[in-house]
Ligand binder design. Structure first.
Ligand SMILES: [Zn+2]
Length: 438
Protein backbone atom coordinates (compact mmCIF):
# COMPACT_ATOMS: atom_id res chain seq x y z
CA UNK A 1 0.00 0.00 0.00
CA UNK A 2 1.48 3.39 -0.94
CA UNK A 3 1.98 5.74 1.94
CA UNK A 4 2.70 9.45 2.00
CA UNK A 5 4.70 11.04 4.79
CA UNK A 6 4.25 14.68 5.75
CA UNK A 7 7.58 15.02 7.50
CA UNK A 8 8.73 17.33 10.30
CA UNK A 9 5.93 19.88 10.09
CA UNK A 10 4.36 21.72 13.01
CA UNK A 11 1.23 19.62 13.41
CA UNK A 12 -1.42 22.06 14.49
CA UNK A 13 -5.01 21.13 15.30
CA UNK A 14 -6.72 23.20 18.00
CA UNK A 15 -9.69 20.78 18.20
CA UNK A 16 -7.54 17.80 19.21
CA UNK A 17 -4.95 20.01 20.96
CA UNK A 18 -2.14 18.85 18.73
CA UNK A 19 0.77 21.28 18.49
CA UNK A 20 4.16 19.64 18.03
CA UNK A 21 6.80 19.12 15.36
CA UNK A 22 6.31 15.65 13.93
CA UNK A 23 5.05 13.50 11.08
CA UNK A 24 1.70 12.57 9.58
CA UNK A 25 1.62 9.25 7.75
CA UNK A 26 -1.13 8.90 5.16
CA UNK A 27 -2.44 5.68 3.66
CA UNK A 28 -3.19 6.73 0.09
CA UNK A 29 -5.24 3.64 -0.75
CA UNK A 30 -7.83 4.24 1.92
CA UNK A 31 -7.34 8.01 1.96
CA UNK A 32 -6.97 8.01 5.73
CA UNK A 33 -4.37 9.00 8.31
CA UNK A 34 -2.47 5.92 9.46
CA UNK A 35 -0.36 7.53 12.17
CA UNK A 36 0.53 10.87 13.71
CA UNK A 37 3.81 10.85 15.62
CA UNK A 38 7.58 11.09 15.56
CA UNK A 39 10.17 9.51 13.25
CA UNK A 40 7.66 7.81 10.95
CA UNK A 41 8.58 6.66 7.46
CA UNK A 42 6.62 6.34 4.22
CA UNK A 43 6.97 5.47 0.54
CA UNK A 44 6.89 9.09 -0.51
CA UNK A 45 7.86 12.10 1.58
CA UNK A 46 6.91 15.77 1.55
CA UNK A 47 9.27 17.86 3.63
CA UNK A 48 7.08 20.06 5.82
CA UNK A 49 9.82 21.49 8.03
CA UNK A 50 9.02 25.06 8.96
CA UNK A 51 5.45 24.60 7.73
CA UNK A 52 2.10 24.35 9.55
CA UNK A 53 0.24 21.05 9.05
CA UNK A 54 -3.47 21.63 9.76
CA UNK A 55 -6.71 19.75 9.24
CA UNK A 56 -8.09 20.36 5.74
CA UNK A 57 -9.85 23.73 5.64
CA UNK A 58 -13.62 23.71 5.14
CA UNK A 59 -15.53 26.54 3.46
CA UNK A 60 -19.25 26.20 4.16
CA UNK A 61 -20.43 28.98 1.82
CA UNK A 62 -19.47 29.02 -1.87
CA UNK A 63 -21.30 29.60 -5.16
CA UNK A 64 -20.17 27.48 -8.13
CA UNK A 65 -22.92 28.66 -10.54
CA UNK A 66 -23.53 25.29 -12.18
CA UNK A 67 -26.04 24.63 -13.61
CA UNK A 68 -27.04 27.79 -15.38
CA UNK A 69 -24.13 30.22 -15.24
CA UNK A 70 -21.03 28.32 -16.26
CA UNK A 71 -19.48 31.47 -17.75
CA UNK A 72 -19.02 32.65 -14.15
CA UNK A 73 -17.78 29.34 -12.65
CA UNK A 74 -18.37 25.60 -12.92
CA UNK A 75 -18.15 22.84 -10.36
CA UNK A 76 -14.84 21.86 -11.98
CA UNK A 77 -13.28 25.34 -11.88
CA UNK A 78 -14.73 26.08 -8.46
CA UNK A 79 -13.36 22.83 -7.05
CA UNK A 80 -9.95 23.58 -8.55
CA UNK A 81 -10.11 27.07 -7.02
CA UNK A 82 -10.92 25.52 -3.63
CA UNK A 83 -7.90 23.21 -3.43
CA UNK A 84 -5.66 25.92 -4.92
CA UNK A 85 -6.84 28.20 -2.12
CA UNK A 86 -6.23 25.64 0.65
CA UNK A 87 -9.75 24.21 1.04
CA UNK A 88 -10.29 20.45 1.03
CA UNK A 89 -14.08 20.70 1.50
CA UNK A 90 -16.68 23.17 0.26
CA UNK A 91 -20.42 23.50 0.73
CA UNK A 92 -22.19 24.93 -2.32
CA UNK A 93 -25.24 27.17 -2.19
CA UNK A 94 -28.38 26.16 -4.11
CA UNK A 95 -29.05 29.47 -5.90
CA UNK A 96 -28.10 28.04 -9.28
CA UNK A 97 -30.33 28.22 -12.35
CA UNK A 98 -32.44 26.17 -11.96
CA UNK A 99 -32.03 26.14 -8.17
CA UNK A 100 -31.11 22.98 -6.24
CA UNK A 101 -34.57 22.19 -4.91
CA UNK A 102 -34.87 18.46 -5.67
CA UNK A 103 -32.87 15.25 -5.15
CA UNK A 104 -31.75 14.96 -8.79
CA UNK A 105 -30.24 18.44 -8.73
CA UNK A 106 -28.44 17.59 -5.48
CA UNK A 107 -27.09 14.35 -6.97
CA UNK A 108 -25.80 16.25 -10.01
CA UNK A 109 -23.62 18.40 -7.75
CA UNK A 110 -22.02 15.33 -6.17
CA UNK A 111 -21.43 13.66 -9.55
CA UNK A 112 -19.86 16.77 -11.10
CA UNK A 113 -17.59 17.15 -8.08
CA UNK A 114 -16.53 13.51 -8.40
CA UNK A 115 -15.71 14.13 -12.05
CA UNK A 116 -13.69 17.20 -11.10
CA UNK A 117 -11.70 15.14 -8.57
CA UNK A 118 -10.53 18.07 -6.47
CA UNK A 119 -12.26 19.26 -3.28
CA UNK A 120 -14.94 17.34 -1.40
CA UNK A 121 -18.22 19.05 -2.20
CA UNK A 122 -21.52 19.03 -0.33
CA UNK A 123 -24.63 20.86 -1.54
CA UNK A 124 -27.28 22.65 0.44
CA UNK A 125 -30.83 22.33 -0.86
CA UNK A 126 -33.37 25.12 -1.22
CA UNK A 127 -35.85 25.81 1.56
CA UNK A 128 -38.58 26.74 -0.94
CA UNK A 129 -39.42 25.47 -4.41
CA UNK A 130 -37.51 27.43 -7.01
CA UNK A 131 -36.28 29.70 -4.19
CA UNK A 132 -39.56 31.50 -4.75
CA UNK A 133 -40.47 31.71 -1.07
CA UNK A 134 -43.98 30.37 -1.63
CA UNK A 135 -43.97 26.64 -1.00
CA UNK A 136 -41.59 24.34 0.87
CA UNK A 137 -39.23 22.33 -1.35
CA UNK A 138 -38.95 18.53 -0.95
CA UNK A 139 -36.81 18.81 2.18
CA UNK A 140 -37.37 15.17 3.18
CA UNK A 141 -36.37 13.75 -0.19
CA UNK A 142 -33.31 15.98 -0.44
CA UNK A 143 -32.22 15.08 3.12
CA UNK A 144 -32.66 11.39 2.40
CA UNK A 145 -30.69 11.73 -0.85
CA UNK A 146 -30.26 9.29 -3.69
CA UNK A 147 -27.71 6.51 -4.29
CA UNK A 148 -28.38 4.90 -0.94
CA UNK A 149 -28.22 8.17 0.94
CA UNK A 150 -24.84 9.21 -0.43
CA UNK A 151 -26.18 12.18 -2.38
CA UNK A 152 -28.00 14.08 0.34
CA UNK A 153 -28.48 17.80 0.96
CA UNK A 154 -26.47 18.71 4.06
CA UNK A 155 -28.53 21.77 5.05
CA UNK A 156 -31.23 24.06 3.65
CA UNK A 157 -31.11 27.69 2.56
CA UNK A 158 -32.57 30.06 -0.05
CA UNK A 159 -29.25 31.96 0.03
CA UNK A 160 -29.09 35.06 -2.09
CA UNK A 161 -32.36 35.97 -0.43
CA UNK A 162 -34.16 35.41 2.85
CA UNK A 163 -37.41 33.48 2.96
CA UNK A 164 -39.92 36.31 3.38
CA UNK A 165 -42.78 34.55 5.15
CA UNK A 166 -42.74 33.69 8.84
CA UNK A 167 -45.32 30.93 8.45
CA UNK A 168 -43.31 29.01 5.85
CA UNK A 169 -40.09 29.57 7.82
CA UNK A 170 -41.72 28.09 10.89
CA UNK A 171 -42.57 24.97 8.85
CA UNK A 172 -39.06 24.87 7.42
CA UNK A 173 -37.55 24.87 10.90
CA UNK A 174 -39.94 22.10 12.00
CA UNK A 175 -39.14 19.87 9.02
CA UNK A 176 -35.42 20.54 9.21
CA UNK A 177 -35.39 19.65 12.88
CA UNK A 178 -37.17 16.35 12.21
CA UNK A 179 -34.67 15.65 9.42
CA UNK A 180 -31.64 16.53 11.59
CA UNK A 181 -30.64 19.41 9.33
CA UNK A 182 -29.74 23.05 9.95
CA UNK A 183 -31.65 25.95 8.42
CA UNK A 184 -29.19 28.49 7.02
CA UNK A 185 -30.52 31.96 6.37
CA UNK A 186 -29.31 34.89 4.30
CA UNK A 187 -30.70 37.45 6.74
CA UNK A 188 -32.24 40.37 4.90
CA UNK A 189 -35.67 41.93 5.22
CA UNK A 190 -36.22 42.58 1.52
CA UNK A 191 -39.14 44.87 2.20
CA UNK A 192 -36.79 47.16 4.10
CA UNK A 193 -33.73 46.77 1.85
CA UNK A 194 -36.04 47.39 -1.12
CA UNK A 195 -33.49 46.73 -3.87
CA UNK A 196 -30.84 49.05 -2.39
CA UNK A 197 -27.29 48.10 -3.36
CA UNK A 198 -25.07 49.18 -0.49
CA UNK A 199 -24.99 49.89 3.22
CA UNK A 200 -27.01 52.91 4.29
CA UNK A 201 -24.68 55.39 5.92
CA UNK A 202 -22.40 58.36 5.35
CA UNK A 203 -20.82 56.83 2.25
CA UNK A 204 -24.10 55.99 0.50
CA UNK A 205 -25.34 59.51 1.27
CA UNK A 206 -22.17 61.08 -0.13
CA UNK A 207 -22.39 58.98 -3.30
CA UNK A 208 -26.10 59.59 -3.73
CA UNK A 209 -26.75 55.85 -3.92
CA UNK A 210 -29.66 54.14 -2.19
CA UNK A 211 -28.40 52.16 0.75
CA UNK A 212 -30.17 49.82 3.14
CA UNK A 213 -29.78 49.85 6.90
CA UNK A 214 -28.28 47.17 9.12
CA UNK A 215 -31.76 46.81 10.60
CA UNK A 216 -32.73 44.76 7.51
CA UNK A 217 -30.23 42.08 8.59
CA UNK A 218 -31.09 42.37 12.27
CA UNK A 219 -34.83 41.96 11.71
CA UNK A 220 -34.47 38.55 10.04
CA UNK A 221 -31.86 37.36 12.54
CA UNK A 222 -34.32 38.28 15.28
CA UNK A 223 -37.30 36.66 13.53
CA UNK A 224 -35.45 33.41 12.86
CA UNK A 225 -34.10 33.20 16.41
CA UNK A 226 -37.71 33.27 17.57
CA UNK A 227 -38.96 30.81 14.93
CA UNK A 228 -36.11 28.36 15.50
CA UNK A 229 -36.88 28.41 19.20
CA UNK A 230 -40.56 27.78 18.52
CA UNK A 231 -39.61 24.69 16.52
CA UNK A 232 -36.73 23.65 18.79
CA UNK A 233 -34.60 23.75 15.65
CA UNK A 234 -31.06 24.75 14.69
CA UNK A 235 -30.44 28.04 12.93
CA UNK A 236 -27.22 29.14 11.22
CA UNK A 237 -26.73 32.79 10.25
CA UNK A 238 -24.93 33.19 6.93
CA UNK A 239 -22.34 35.91 6.36
CA UNK A 240 -23.16 38.07 9.39
CA UNK A 241 -22.13 41.68 8.87
CA UNK A 242 -23.99 44.08 11.18
CA UNK A 243 -23.01 44.79 14.77
CA UNK A 244 -26.62 44.58 15.95
CA UNK A 245 -26.92 41.12 14.41
CA UNK A 246 -23.78 39.98 16.22
CA UNK A 247 -25.31 41.18 19.48
CA UNK A 248 -28.56 39.29 18.79
CA UNK A 249 -26.61 36.07 18.24
CA UNK A 250 -24.59 36.70 21.40
CA UNK A 251 -27.77 37.11 23.44
CA UNK A 252 -29.39 34.00 21.93
CA UNK A 253 -26.28 31.97 22.74
CA UNK A 254 -26.37 33.29 26.31
CA UNK A 255 -29.92 31.87 26.51
CA UNK A 256 -28.51 28.53 25.25
CA UNK A 257 -30.51 28.66 22.03
CA UNK A 258 -29.42 26.54 19.09
CA UNK A 259 -27.77 29.15 16.91
CA UNK A 260 -24.49 29.41 15.04
CA UNK A 261 -23.03 32.08 12.74
CA UNK A 262 -20.36 32.60 10.12
CA UNK A 263 -18.52 35.73 8.99
CA UNK A 264 -16.75 36.34 5.69
CA UNK A 265 -13.20 37.73 5.61
CA UNK A 266 -14.27 40.81 3.63
CA UNK A 267 -16.58 41.79 6.48
CA UNK A 268 -13.58 41.61 8.83
CA UNK A 269 -11.23 43.61 6.60
CA UNK A 270 -13.16 46.13 4.48
CA UNK A 271 -15.72 48.90 5.01
CA UNK A 272 -18.14 50.79 2.77
CA UNK A 273 -15.35 53.34 2.23
CA UNK A 274 -14.20 50.90 -0.49
CA UNK A 275 -17.28 51.83 -2.53
CA UNK A 276 -16.27 55.50 -2.79
CA UNK A 277 -14.62 55.10 -6.19
CA UNK A 278 -17.43 52.87 -7.49
CA UNK A 279 -15.14 49.81 -7.71
CA UNK A 280 -17.56 46.91 -8.22
CA UNK A 281 -15.15 44.55 -6.43
CA UNK A 282 -16.49 46.18 -3.27
CA UNK A 283 -20.12 45.47 -4.13
CA UNK A 284 -21.62 42.49 -2.36
CA UNK A 285 -24.63 41.46 -0.30
CA UNK A 286 -24.64 41.77 2.68
CA UNK A 287 -22.85 45.00 1.87
CA UNK A 288 -19.61 46.25 3.36
CA UNK A 289 -20.61 48.24 6.41
CA UNK A 290 -18.88 50.59 8.87
CA UNK A 291 -15.73 50.24 10.98
CA UNK A 292 -17.85 49.66 14.11
CA UNK A 293 -19.50 46.68 12.33
CA UNK A 294 -16.09 45.30 11.31
CA UNK A 295 -14.91 45.65 14.91
CA UNK A 296 -18.05 43.91 16.22
CA UNK A 297 -17.63 41.01 13.77
CA UNK A 298 -14.02 40.48 14.86
CA UNK A 299 -15.01 40.71 18.52
CA UNK A 300 -17.75 38.16 17.85
CA UNK A 301 -15.33 35.80 16.15
CA UNK A 302 -12.91 36.13 19.09
CA UNK A 303 -15.47 35.52 21.84
CA UNK A 304 -17.20 32.63 20.04
CA UNK A 305 -20.43 34.48 19.23
CA UNK A 306 -19.48 33.90 15.60
CA UNK A 307 -18.47 30.27 15.18
CA UNK A 308 -16.68 30.07 11.88
CA UNK A 309 -15.34 31.73 8.76
CA UNK A 310 -16.76 31.27 5.25
CA UNK A 311 -15.78 32.90 1.97
CA UNK A 312 -19.15 33.54 0.27
CA UNK A 313 -17.11 32.92 -2.91
CA UNK A 314 -19.34 34.58 -5.53
CA UNK A 315 -17.85 34.52 -9.02
CA UNK A 316 -19.05 36.79 -11.84
CA UNK A 317 -17.63 37.46 -15.29
CA UNK A 318 -15.37 40.46 -15.84
CA UNK A 319 -17.95 41.85 -18.27
CA UNK A 320 -20.64 41.80 -15.59
CA UNK A 321 -18.39 43.40 -12.97
CA UNK A 322 -17.28 46.06 -15.52
CA UNK A 323 -20.80 47.48 -15.50
CA UNK A 324 -21.71 50.65 -13.62
CA UNK A 325 -21.70 50.20 -9.82
CA UNK A 326 -25.50 50.28 -9.62
CA UNK A 327 -25.91 47.65 -12.37
CA UNK A 328 -23.08 45.20 -11.53
CA UNK A 329 -24.01 41.96 -9.76
CA UNK A 330 -23.30 41.46 -6.04
CA UNK A 331 -20.44 39.32 -4.82
CA UNK A 332 -16.71 38.70 -4.77
CA UNK A 333 -14.56 35.59 -4.98
CA UNK A 334 -12.70 34.42 -1.90
CA UNK A 335 -11.42 30.88 -2.12
CA UNK A 336 -7.89 31.74 -3.28
CA UNK A 337 -7.40 34.92 -1.27
CA UNK A 338 -9.02 34.33 2.11
CA UNK A 339 -6.26 32.39 3.88
CA UNK A 340 -3.53 34.79 2.76
CA UNK A 341 -5.37 38.00 3.59
CA UNK A 342 -6.44 36.82 7.04
CA UNK A 343 -2.97 35.52 7.94
CA UNK A 344 -1.47 38.84 6.85
CA UNK A 345 -4.01 41.34 8.21
CA UNK A 346 -5.36 39.65 11.34
CA UNK A 347 -3.19 36.71 12.46
CA UNK A 348 0.29 38.20 11.97
CA UNK A 349 -0.54 41.49 13.77
CA UNK A 350 -1.97 39.50 16.71
CA UNK A 351 -5.61 40.51 16.24
CA UNK A 352 -6.75 36.92 15.64
CA UNK A 353 -4.91 34.04 17.35
CA UNK A 354 -3.61 31.39 14.96
CA UNK A 355 -5.51 28.67 16.85
CA UNK A 356 -8.83 30.51 16.52
CA UNK A 357 -8.14 31.14 12.82
CA UNK A 358 -7.51 27.43 12.14
CA UNK A 359 -10.40 26.26 14.31
CA UNK A 360 -12.80 28.67 12.57
CA UNK A 361 -11.96 27.16 9.17
CA UNK A 362 -11.97 23.53 10.34
CA UNK A 363 -13.71 21.92 13.32
CA UNK A 364 -15.98 24.91 13.99
CA UNK A 365 -17.15 25.02 10.37
CA UNK A 366 -17.88 21.28 10.51
CA UNK A 367 -19.84 21.70 13.75
CA UNK A 368 -22.04 24.50 12.33
CA UNK A 369 -23.56 22.21 9.70
CA UNK A 370 -23.03 18.82 11.36
CA UNK A 371 -20.74 17.76 8.52
CA UNK A 372 -19.33 14.96 10.68
CA UNK A 373 -22.46 13.01 9.64
CA UNK A 374 -21.06 13.15 6.11
CA UNK A 375 -17.55 12.01 6.99
CA UNK A 376 -15.87 15.41 7.32
CA UNK A 377 -14.20 15.81 10.70
CA UNK A 378 -12.23 19.05 10.48
CA UNK A 379 -9.58 17.46 12.68
CA UNK A 380 -6.37 15.45 12.32
CA UNK A 381 -6.96 11.99 13.77
CA UNK A 382 -5.53 8.53 13.35
CA UNK A 383 -7.83 6.58 10.99
CA UNK A 384 -9.68 9.80 10.10
CA UNK A 385 -9.85 11.15 6.55
CA UNK A 386 -6.50 12.34 5.19
CA UNK A 387 -7.68 15.90 4.56
CA UNK A 388 -4.81 18.24 5.34
CA UNK A 389 -3.97 21.87 4.60
CA UNK A 390 -0.27 22.77 4.76
CA UNK A 391 0.46 26.46 5.34
CA UNK A 392 3.70 28.36 4.85
CA UNK A 393 3.40 31.27 7.30
CA UNK A 394 6.60 32.87 6.00
CA UNK A 395 5.70 32.89 2.31
CA UNK A 396 5.77 36.43 0.94
CA UNK A 397 3.71 36.99 -2.18
CA UNK A 398 1.55 39.45 -4.05
CA UNK A 399 -2.04 38.47 -4.67
CA UNK A 400 -2.67 38.30 -8.41
CA UNK A 401 -6.17 37.22 -9.39
CA UNK A 402 -4.81 36.21 -12.82
CA UNK A 403 -3.13 33.21 -11.12
CA UNK A 404 -6.46 31.97 -9.71
CA UNK A 405 -8.02 28.72 -10.87
CA UNK A 406 -11.44 30.31 -10.51
CA UNK A 407 -12.91 31.60 -13.76
CA UNK A 408 -13.68 34.90 -12.05
CA UNK A 409 -11.42 37.83 -11.14
CA UNK A 410 -13.75 39.95 -8.97
CA UNK A 411 -11.45 40.20 -5.94
CA UNK A 412 -11.03 43.37 -3.85
CA UNK A 413 -7.74 42.07 -2.42
CA UNK A 414 -6.04 41.93 -5.82
CA UNK A 415 -2.53 43.39 -5.67
CA UNK A 416 -2.22 43.11 -1.87
CA UNK A 417 1.23 42.21 -0.51
CA UNK A 418 0.74 39.13 1.67
CA UNK A 419 2.69 36.96 4.07
CA UNK A 420 1.45 33.41 4.58
CA UNK A 421 -0.22 31.06 2.11
CA UNK A 422 -1.45 27.50 1.66
CA UNK A 423 1.09 25.37 -0.20
CA UNK A 424 -0.57 21.92 -0.26
CA UNK A 425 -4.18 20.84 0.00
CA UNK A 426 -4.53 17.12 0.60
CA UNK A 427 -7.95 15.57 0.00
CA UNK A 428 -8.36 11.92 0.96
CA UNK A 429 -4.61 11.41 0.59
CA UNK A 430 -4.39 13.08 -2.84
CA UNK A 431 -1.99 16.06 -2.92
CA UNK A 432 -2.92 19.27 -4.75
CA UNK A 433 -0.60 22.25 -5.14
CA UNK A 434 -1.94 25.40 -3.52
CA UNK A 435 -1.39 29.03 -4.42
CA UNK A 436 1.66 29.46 -2.17
CA UNK A 437 3.63 26.96 -4.27
CA UNK A 438 4.14 29.47 -7.09
ZN1 LIG B 1 -26.17 35.34 1.00
Amino acid sequence: MPTLLLQSGRIFDPATELDFVGDVLIDQDSGTIREIGLHLSGDRTIDCSGKLVCPGFVDIHVHFREPGNSAKETIATGSASAVHGGFSTVVVMPNTDPPLDNPAAIAYQYLQAQNAGKARLFPMGCITKGRAGQELAELGLMARGSAGGRFAAVAFTDDGAAVPGSQIMRSAFEYANALDRVIVEHCEDHDLSNGAIMHEGKVSAALGINGYPSAAEELIVMRDIRLAKLAGARFHVSHISAKGAVQLVREAKARKERITAEVSPHHLLLTDEGCRNFDTSFKMNPPLREQSDVDACLEGLLDGTIDCLASDHAPHTSEEKAREFVDAPNGIIGLESNIGVLLTKLVAPGKLPLARFVEAWTSAAVRCLGLDKFGVTGTLKKEGPADVTVLDLEKEWTLDACTFKSKARNCPFNGWALKGAPIHTIVGGVVHDAIGMH
